[in-house]
Design a protein around this ligand. Structure first.
Ligand code: GCU
Length: 588
């Protein structure tokens, strides 16, 4: 170890300053907590645009204002005199100066805390993109990686009566991230979902998972409980409407029972939810749960034993007004419009949408495909990248494990077939089944355009094969599409997870005028006519529900939007193809 010269200054001479932060990660600590009373930490937080990461380099969080001899340092930050930003929000939407900003923003707020007898306290972040470093009362608590899943910070040991929370969020796109630095969507940044404080007893319920026992002929349910703070004990499961009150033995922090029961099944037409309560010591969790079974039989997808065609559409988590921070009203509007178009299914692309998305889908009755952003050219041979992907998958599945609407977990989108990719995605598929054996595993794959066939090697590892294809748009020769399907003989269901074409809303012309609604309509007519004849195609989620922001799209008509929406970005204009898809779905 070479002796450091006496003029070394950490804040300006440390090139790899990220390392100490990366070494303390907050992973997959998701809890079942919807019914828990939580205190909101939303509101006006103070912030600074920290383009050079001065906060992390100079450890602003330590709030060191004097040297050892009591001499004052000149401060380069002033937490309580910074500007304010309403949290949650995407900074890109909050301030047009920050629209295209990529880098770090340091946020801070103070809050008082008074113990009310609880033994554990966590701060829950619903989502922040992409790296989030959390500091509480001058202590580094850890970093969360991943821009779309919740995480919990255990602040039990650092809480005081008056507290300062300091959070640095960095949304820089990086090749080693999940997704990597090149995607087809807008890179929003910030603390864009709720921040809440959670008070818990010494022994508490970390998670519950309750559902219809697969293969039980709809006559059994399972209930699994995971606890913390007490390895042994007895939990009680109560479902009043089914006259259920049953004990669950807890050993080594978990317990599981199956019970004979005949629930009214959840379906799109009848989204029946039951109030399910689990008690353990004096901790209580209540969830609204729908009982349904989804499985594959040969080339069929069966919901509650009946073959179903998934009449879907893909959708980004974005609104014109709020970026990625959708309101509950905007989510409900999306589902209402999807149902108006004849949908029973939606692909929430390409990353986990908010917790409210699946909760509301349970209520209104729409089936969901949820996905982690293993998108395009991920660093498939990087173990840290795999750990990031698996952590996001675990956080998503743990979060939505009780959501009847979720029937498919997708482990990725449009990845080129390679040995490293096959190994990476196969591990994710196996991990998905390990976490949840009750739902289907899929991925949006590419067909082999050389031999015109569906032959992605990943197909052996998934239950439903998603296929993205753009014949009529990126692939002008439409005659190849029927060849692909006629050359293929998949022994499992296929969902066309993407097809489509750009169309400027309100721009009309002939079916040969690119970017006209008529051109897009022609592509939909041909695609639907072709796909409706393939007996192993059991669903489709055309790309995409409504136009969305995309920095890669600079054609003058696109103006940095991807215009493949069936609706305009404000969802006020239905393009001609909207009605064509509706016609097909209404007939199905
Ligand atoms: C790809 C990708 C989408 C993208 C779309 C397009 O298939 O999965 O994320 O937006 O094509 O090019 O419009």
């Amino acid at each position: 170890m070479t002796k450091k010269s006496e003029n070394f200054q950490e804040g300006i001479h440390t090139p790899n300053f990220w390392d100490e932060y990366l070494n303390k990660q907050i992973c997959a600590t998701v809890m079942t907590d919807h019914s828990r009373e939580k205190e909101s930490l939303n509101g006006l937080w103070r912030y600074a645009i920290d383009q050079y990461d001065s906060c992390l380099r100079n450890k602003w969080f330590a709030e060191k204002t004097h040297d050892e001899d009591g001499r004052a340092f000149p401060p380069d930050c002033s937490f309580d005199n910074w500007e304010v930003m309403p949290i949650p929000c995407c900074w890109n939407i909050f301030d047009e100066k920050l629209f295209l900003y990529e880098g770090s923003i340091a946020y801070t707020r103070k809050f008082s805390y008074e113990n009310r007898g609880e033994k554990r306290v966590f701060i829950k972040f619903g989502g922040a993109n992409y790296r989030t470093m959390i500091f509480m009362n001058k202590t580094y608590m850890g970093m969360h990686k991943g821009g779309s899943t919740p995480f919990y910070v255990d602040v039990t040991d650092v809480l005081q009566t008056e507290n300062r929370l300091l959070v640095v969020v960095n949304n820089t796109r990086r090749p080693e991230n999940v997704p990597m630095d090149n995607t087809d969507w807008f890179n929003y940044g910030g603390i864009y979902r709720d921040v809440e404080l959670l008070r818990l007893p010494e022994a508490f319920i970390r998670s519950i998972s309750v559902g219809l026992e697969p293969g039980s002929d709809y006559k059994k349910i399972y209930a699994e409980v995971k606890t913390e703070g007490a390895p042994k004990g007895t939990a009680t499961l109560k479902i009043p409407e089914l006259n259920i009150s049953a004990e669950i033995e807890i050993n080594d922090h978990s317990g599981k029972i199956t019970l004979p029961v005949n629930p009214e099944l959840w379906s799109v037409e009848n989204p029946k939810l039951y109030e399910v309560t689990v008690e353990f010591n004096n901790d209580v969790i209540t969830e609204k749960i729908g009982f349904r079974e989804v499985r594959v039989e040969g080339r069929d997808i069966l919901l509650n034993g009946k073959s179903i065609f998934l009449k879907g559409v893909s959708c980004h988590e974005e609104s014109l007004l709020n970026g990625r921070s959708l309101t509950e009203e905007e989510i409900r509007e999306n589902y209402a419009l999807a149902k108006e178009m004849g949908c029973n299914f939606m692909r929430l692309a390409h990353y986990p949408h908010s917790e409210a998305a699946a909760r509301i889908a349970d209520e209104v009755g729409i089936l969901l495909w949820e996905e982690i952003p293993v998108y395009w050219a991920i660093q498939f041979d990087n173990p840290d990248t795999y750990a990031d992907a698996e952590n996001q998958l675990t956080e998503l599945i743990t979060r939505d494990i009780n959501r009847a609407s979720v029937i498919i977990w997708s482990v990725g989108n449009e990845n080129a077939d390679s040995d490293a990719r096959l190994s990476f995605m196969s591990r994710l598929a196996d991990k998905t089944r390990e976490l949840d054996s009750t739902r289907l595993v899929s991925a949006a794959c590419l067909s082999d355009t050389a031999i015109l066939q569906i032959n992605d090697r990943l197909a052996d590892k998934i239950d439903v094969i998603g296929i993205n294809e753009y014949y009529g748009w990126y692939e002008p020769d439409f005659t190849k599409l029927p060849k692909i399907f006629n050359n293929s003989n998949p022994q499992k269901p296929v969902i066309i997870s993407e097809f489509g074409a750009d169309a400027k809303a309100g721009h009309y012309g002939t079916k040969d005028d690119m970017f006209s609604e008529n051109f897009q309509l022609d592509v939909y007519e041909k695609q639907i006519d072709m796909l409706s004849k393939i007996d192993y195609v059991k669903g489709m989620t055309p790309w995409i529900f409504y136009d969305f922001r995309c920095p890669r799209r600079s054609h003058y008509l696109q103006n940095y939007y991807n215009l493949k929406g069936l609706l305009s970005a404000d969802k006020k204009h239905k393009k001609l193809a909207f009605f064509e898809l509706k016609k097909f779905y209404d007939k199905k």
